[in-house]
Ligand binder design. Structure first.
Ligand code: ADP
Ligand code: ADP
Length: 237
């Protein structure tokens, strides 16, 4: 479903963040990308939805050459890819349900979305997504009234409602305490299994990544140093 071939990324300042990346991710996989801060995890994950451009090699997502996507085609492509961030990226002054709706409902103008004038079928879908991550009762709270763990669950609901094939989760637990981190990992696992959505997870808490993901990709200084079952990760990673 995702295929990297000889991919390099060099930032404009000359820094080589990724070197000769060769990877294949299959449908429905749960993959943890582990490595120290600065290893290139975030760069790697962000090339997949073209938040970051690659410099050479080829990157195919469902047969589509990502480097060729622009404008309308790129926006459409991104709708099939969910993204979860360390800082949740919710609109704080908006209600929970409107945060979810804003993430997947196409073609509403700014006034309609501000007033919450969403068609019923979309509202139903947003509420269903919130229920999947057990946060339905907060649907009409303002996003900034929630705890960190609750915010991340809303962000998860927002991506589920997109019906993506892939979720890119960039350090989703990095600003959460250990107990809440586990809870978010449980929901990621549930979404992976029940919705058959592939998950690519960046995580610097190595043990947590290994516990939940079946496959692990170790990255060090922009190079893949391990790719295999999480249960067999060696000390090199
Ligand atoms: P690209 O090559 O992908 O276009 P740029 O070199 O234009 O990337 O940088 C994108 C942004 O990242 C800029 O705002 C830049 O200031 C910021 N940036 C630069 N160096 C670093 C760094 N070492 N770590 C994180 N961000 C950086
Ligand atoms: P990780 O997610 O593993 O912490 P990153 O992918 O964020 O690593 O960063 C990899 C390396 O690339 C780091 O050394 C970082 O400073 C550098 N880097 C990230 N963004 C930029 C940028 N826009 N310009 C230059 N260097 C960058």
């Amino acid at each position: 479903m995702i295929k990297f071939e000889k991919v390099d990324k060099v930032y404009k300042n000359g820094y080589k963040a990724l070197t000769d990346i060769n990877l294949e991710i299959k449908e429905g996989e749960f993959v943890a990308i582990i490595g120290r801060s600065g290893a290139g995890k975030s760069t790697l994950i962000r090339t997949i939805n073209k938040m970051i451009d690659i410099n050479s090699g080829s990157l195919l997502v469902e047969g589509v050459d990502v480097s060729k996507l622009t404008g309308k085609k790129l926006r459409k492509f991104r709708r099939n890819i969910g993204m979860i961030f360390q800082q949740f990226n919710l609109v704080n002054r908006m209600s929970v349900i409107n945060n979810v709706l804003a993430g997947f409902v196409p073609d509403l103008n700014i006034f309609q979305s501000t007033l919450g004038l969403y068609p019923k079928k979309y509202k139903l879908k947003a509420l269903e997504a919130l229920q999947e991550v057990d946060i339905l009762e907060q649907a009409y709270s303002r996003a900034d009234q929630l705890s960190g763990g609750q915010k991340q669950r809303v962000a998860l609901a927002r991506t589920i409602a997109q019906d993506p094939k892939i979720i890119l989760a960039d350090e989703p637990t990095a600003s959460l305490d250990p107990v809440t981190s586990r809870q978010v990992m449980e929901y990621l696992k549930k979404i992976n299994k029940e919705n058959n959505i592939a998950i690519l997870l960046n995580i610097h808490e190595i043990d947590l990544g290994l516990e939940y993901a079946e496959r692990c990709i170790g990255i060090k200084d922009g190079i893949v140093v391990y790719d295999g079952p999480s249960s067999e990760v060696n000390s090199e990673v």
